[in-house]
Design a binder for this molecule. Sequence first.
Ligand code: AHN
Ligand code: ZN
Length: 209
Amino acid sequence: DSRPWADQDDSAETAPILAANDGASGVGVLLEIARLIKTSPLKNIGVDVFFIDTEDYGKPGYENSYCLGAQHWAANPHVPGYKADFGILLDMVGAPNAVFAREGNSTFNASWVQDMVWSNAAELGYGRFFSNERIGPITDDHLYINNIIKIPTIDVIHYDPGSSSGTFGEYWHTHDDNMDMIDKSTLTAVGRTVTFTVYKYEAEQTPLP
Ligand code: AHN
Ligand code: ZN
């Protein structure tokens, strides 16, 4: 999933972006978590690692034109009657000094998940990345997973209203979204926080007979 046009570039370039951060960063973190879970298997819970396509094919201002993969899956899950306790969406989780604020659609639909993840991040010493500031709702894959299939799902998303784009950072939807935009410290903070959340959540469940 990467934006097929660099429509925030000054040149109004039409070539697709590399999308190292806006797309690939979350995939990288999830692949490493999958590797870790294989190394230390979970006994009490299952985890589905979900790579959602065509989030970024939307046209600005057109409602429901983004998040096509999530909209389709939420209405047609791969397993009929699919259920999960909760979901964590990772979107733009690799930039240097990224800050993940408490996004509004996540708070509205899945406040306990957001509280759990943000408190785990604080416990691990990653409060610098996981800010308790509350921000407005962002349309992203989690919105449709909450609304259509009703799995409480949060977004960990780097929102940067101070940047020149006024939304997601200078690099966003431009050809600057390349490996220069990726900082291992940010990936580490997010990966450890999600991994810790999974194993801690498992430890809190009643063991299977
Ligand atoms: C919109 O711009 C509609 N939603 C922000 C979600 C997004 C875009 N994530 C990555 N690219
Ligand atoms: Zn995008």
